[in-house]
Design a protein around this ligand. Structure first.
Ligand code: FES
Length: 201
């Protein structure tokens, strides 16, 4: 009987301590979160952004800063698009099953329109900015074009899909985006009106 009472008392004390700790944490969090509330400037910098792609030519790369990240637009020609299917068996995630892109970019091009790749140019290993290497053979004899990260040698194809046997674990991220017109893209917002970088951030 004494054992049973001791057991109940221990349980009660544990619950009470947890509850008080939770209240204390919530109270202490208020000034912390107020401190981190974004300023108007920060909010403006995080807002969706339009990019004019009317002057882009095939094989060109355009880089635009957004939310402190480089956003890449790559205008892929037919040869570049044809290279994608040839690489499926040497990529980590050829079908984009990991949550690195919005649902509408879960295809071999990882894009809305096949010719335009829109990606966040940050290596998924430790955050370096990979280089755009569109020419076949420019990184290795069997290279068909893609992105090469000089920091530790990670490689991605022209859809930003990561190769096997490199340090980077995941494909490059694709931000939410949509076409405002044939020559203008909105980054950070999509057709459904959802805002944000991608679904997981
Ligand atoms: S940061 Fe790109 S390979 Fe390490």
């Amino acid at each position: 009987m004494t054992d049973e009472i001791d057991q109940k008392r221990r349980c009660f004390l544990r619950l009470a301590t947890t509850a008080v700790g939770g209240v204390g944490l919530a109270a202490a969090s208020v000034p912390f979160f107020q401190y981190w509330m974004p300023s108007a400037d920060t909010e403006a910098a995080a807002a969706p952004m339009k990019i004019d792609i009317s002057s882009m030519k095939p094989r060109e790369q355009l880089t635009v800063p957004w939310r402190g990240m480089p956003i890449w637009i790559i205008y892929r020609d037919q040869e570049m698009l044809d290279s994608l299917a040839k690489l499926n068996n040497i990529l980590r995630d050829p079908l984009s099953e990991q949550d690195q892109q919005p649902e509408y970019c879960k295809n071999i091009h990882r894009s809305i329109k096949p010719q335009f790749l829109i990606a966040i140019g940050i290596c998924t290993h430790l955050g370096c900015v990979p280089t755009y290497r569109p020419d076949a053979g420019s990184v290795s004899p069997d290279w068909l074009g893609g992105f090469y990260c000089p920091c530790h040698g990670s490689r991605y194809d022209l859809s930003g899909r990561v190769f096997q046997n490199v340090p980077a674990p995941l494909n490059l991220k694709i931000p939410r985006h949509m076409y405002v017109s044939d020559t203008e893209i909105m980054i950070g917002e999509d057709q459904e009106g959802v805002q944000g970088a991608i679904s997981i951030s």
